[in-house]
Design a protein around this ligand. Structure first.
Ligand SMILES: O=C(O)CCC(=O)C(=O)O
Ligand SMILES: [Fe+2]
Length: 130
């Protein structure tokens, strides 16, 4: 799906939110103080929606003005780091409270290790691509 190396990825994390369940705004990348953690920081996130939600439960990116409504069998993919490995702060996101129903989702977090040749760091700023 992403073409990224899965060897360094974290185990799939399944989450369930009941009514009122939410996740405050956050970034998925590691704080700079913890960048030396195993396999580096979380380069990308794949968020798989495993259920529909009757009301509420959207994933929102307030700095991008993007709202994603959970739909069973769909997934959202985004890069938490830019091509240089810097934190991409605009990926700030949150899970809005579930108002009615239940939300099942699964997170796959890809780490930096092993992505060097798949997503190489550009040598010059001019050649930067995302
Ligand atoms: O469930 C969501 O919509 C977002 C979950 C999330 O951001 C996370 O688990 O890191
Ligand atoms: Fe997240």
């Amino acid at each position: 799906m992403t073409g990224l190396n899965m060897k360094s990825a974290e185990k799939l994390q399944v989450v369930n939110y009941g009514v009122g369940g939410y996740y405050r705004t956050h970034h998925d990348f590691q704080p700079n103080t913890a960048r030396k953690s195993a396999n580096g920081s979380r380069i990308a996130t794949v968020l798989i929606y495993m259920s529909n939600v009757e009301q509420g439960g959207a994933t929102v990116f307030p700095l991008l003005n993007v709202t994603i409504w959970p739909k069973k069998g769909t997934a959202a993919v985004w890069y938490n780091l830019d091509s240089y490995g810097n934190n991409n702060n605009i990926t700030l996101h949150a899970a809005c409270p579930v108002l009615l129903g239940s939300k099942w989702a699964a997170n796959k977090w890809f780490r930096e290790a092993g992505q060097e040749f798949i997503k190489p760091c550009p040598l010059h700023k001019e050649t930067r691509s995302q």
